[in-house]
Design a protein around this ligand. Structure first.
Ligand code: HEM
Ligand code: HEM
Length: 181
């Protein structure tokens, strides 16, 4: 199961979370959850491992209960991909960040930083902009779930234009913030 599928389910009103690489459907359970349904809705579509284990220490009983809600496993995507592969998939919105390939096709409309900036980096290396524009821990956790592969070579070919793209990205982010916030 991949993140795009999870996003689709979440949009249809389901409550899906990932904990330790297992996918849970908590739609039916949410109103019975002793911690309340609000927190589950907050993490809908996210990897909630840290919250489940660290922020709240769930009891042994809770860990037994959760087994019945597992619907799939979530695999780390380590398959090697090339720039040719990325560019030949024009219908997809991929971005490369630090040698990892992310599929943002479904996520783009919900990106809190705006659709425009992700489209600007469509099928490009967005490493610099991603790092400089700042993303929270939650954003990084969510991002892990969109990973679909790793670039074959350490020296990503897309690096050549990364600074120019970064500058354009800063301008787009600034315009987005000024007009839409
Ligand atoms: C995966 C299925 C889950 C099950 C079966 C479950 C079950 C439970 C249970 C039985 C409790 C009562 C305390 C205990 O026995 O540990 C509880 C409390 C709580 N849970 Fe969950 N939980 C789940 C997922 C989550 C997630 C994903 C979050 C947060 C992202 C969360 C946040 C909380 C909070 C905030 C409390 C209240 C703790 C308190 O009041 O001290 N739970 N949960
Ligand atoms: C899988 C990839 C990505 C995910 C999951 C993601 C997620 C998020 C999230 C959750 C936020 C809200 C703020 C936060 O929690 O930190 C955000 C804000 C933002 N993102 Fe992304 N993002 C991704 C990729 C990118 C890329 C590639 C760029 C640009 C190159 C970008 C630019 C921004 C900007 C400009 C903001 C607004 C920051 C602000 O309001 O201060 N994001 N993103």
């Amino acid at each position: 199961m991949d993140q795009n599928y999870i996003d689709k389910q979440a949009k249809q009103g389901k409550v899906i979370v990932v904990i330790k690489k297992l996918v849970y459907d908590l739609t039916e359970f949410k109103t019975r959850h002793p911690g309340g349904f609000k927190i589950l809705e907050k993490y809908n579509g996210y990897d909630a491992t840290r919250q489940f284990e660290v922020l709240v220490r769930h009891s042994q009983k809770a860990q037994e209960m959760m087994k019945e809600f597992v619907i799939d496993s979530f695999q780390d995507r380590k398959q090697k991909v090339t720039w040719e592969f990325i560019r030949s998939n024009e219908e997809k919105l991929y971005v490369v960040i630090e040698n990892n390939l992310y599929d943002c096709t479904e996520f783009v409309d919900n990106h809190p930083g705006g659709k425009e900036i992700l489209e600007l980096y469509k099928n490009q290396n967005a490493t610099e902009a991603f790092k400089q524009l700042g993303h929270s821990k939650e954003a990084r956790e969510k991002m892990n779930l969109y990973k679909i592969g790793e670039l074959e070579h350490k020296k990503a070919e897309g690096n050549s234009q990364k600074w120019l793209l970064f500058l354009i990205g800063v301008v787009v982010a600034y315009i987005y913030k000024s007009f839409f916030h």
